[in-house]
Design a protein around this ligand. Structure first.
Ligand SMILES: Nc1ncnc2c1ncn2[C@@H]1O[C@H](COP(=O)(O)OP(=O)(O)O)[C@@H](O)[C@H]1O
Ligand SMILES: [Mg+2]
Length: 304
């Protein structure tokens, strides 16, 4: 069983889009896939055309010892089963305040003998739900649009991954950064991609998800880009990202680094500077994303 969380503490970075399309691509390539919506705002559930989910039909079932894994209220989607979210997750969060409340999903999926892959979509925050996802996972994918706030969110998420690995889940691997909504024409995108590659090296996936109108459009019920627009670049990019991710997971299981292991990012790296000071370069730390924007020696034509 492969368990993956899709996280970035910043919103709008393509977490939900990536969860749906990684899940669908894995399903279409023959894996039995469960996608769990752990975001109380339920965007993934809504994007698949599902509304008005009662709490006993939702991912809250993972937080109930009475419910067996085989009796989870999943729904069939193209390529995967979905455990949908509901707004009641917000209400329930208040009672999930004991240290052991980060263990619910890990314990629930221990009974899994149905799925090859379980994917968790999470909210843009560190909550008991996103911690549950990371504690249950072996891998975290951090979708990151190569722009200032998503990059900061990605770095903070990477720190959370480290914390979870050190304190809660030693089986968690270092994260995989996946660039999303990439526009190769934008200089800032190129610079932030270079910054991330320099800092996180082989943790950054080679495949990037380009901006794609077919991914930005709203979905009809239960549809993904693979049904609607299978030859679009959105479909191709997510198919390639899925192949790369599975190869990475296989390599990690065999402890086979794809390339040399990089030095971990400095824990005491100075905080990033606001844009106004960074753009003149005077105050930007050499390690901050904005310093990357000012580096004239950076690569000029990334492939995207
Ligand atoms: N590659 C892409 N190209 C164009 N639009 C995208 C792409 N990925 C995501 N989007 C759009 O960007 C918005 C945010 O994406 P979403 O996956 O919901 O992010 P998150 O879950 O991180 O908040 C959505 O409207 C989505 O349709
Ligand atoms: Mg989302």
């Amino acid at each position: 069983m492969i368990v993956l969380s899709i996280c970035n503490h910043k919103g709008g970075t393509g977490k939900t889009t990536s969860t749906i399309h990684l899940g669908a691509a894995l399903g279409h390539s023959g894996h039995r896939v469960l996608v769990v919506d752990l975001d109380p705002q339920s965007f993934l559930t809504r994007m698949l055309g599902i509304t008005d989910v009662a709490s006993d039909e939702s991912s809250l079932a993972l937080f109930d010892h009475e419910i067996k894994f085989s009796a989870l209220p999943t729904r069939s989607m193209p390529g995967f089963d979905l455990l949908p979210s509901t707004g009641t997750l917000t209400k329930r969060m208040r009672s999930l305040n004991k240290p052991t409340d980060v263990l619910w999903t890990k314990e629930a999926i221990e009974q899994n003998d149905t799925y090859d892959v379980i994917l968790f979509d999470t909210a843009a925050a560190v909550t008991v739900y996103s911690l549950n996802a990371m504690v249950a996972s072996q891998h975290v994918v951090i979708p990151v649009t190569p722009e200032y706030q998503p990059v900061i969110g990605a770095e903070q998420t990477a720190q959370t991954v480290t914390m979870v690995r050190e304190r809660l889940n030693p089986e968690l691997h270092p994260p995989h950064f996946l660039f999303t909504q990439v526009d190769a024409r934008k200089t800032a995108h190129r610079k932030y991609r270079q910054y991330m590659r320099k800092r996180y090296q082989e943790r950054v996936m080679d495949t990037v998800i380009r901006t794609s109108a077919s991914l930005a459009r709203t979905y009809d019920a239960g549809e993904t880009v693979f049904e609607r627009d299978p030859y679009s670049r959105g479909a191709r990019d997510y198919a390639n990202a899925t192949d790369e991710l599975m190869q990475r997971i296989e390599d990690a299981a065999g402890d086979k680094p794809r390339r040399a292991t990089p030095a971990p990012p400095a824990a005491d790296a100075p905080p990033p500077q606001p844009l106004s000071s960074a753009t003149n370069g005077a105050h930007a730390s050499p390690d901050s994303p904005h310093a990357a924007l000012n580096d004239p020696s950076s690569e000029r034509s990334p492939s995207a």
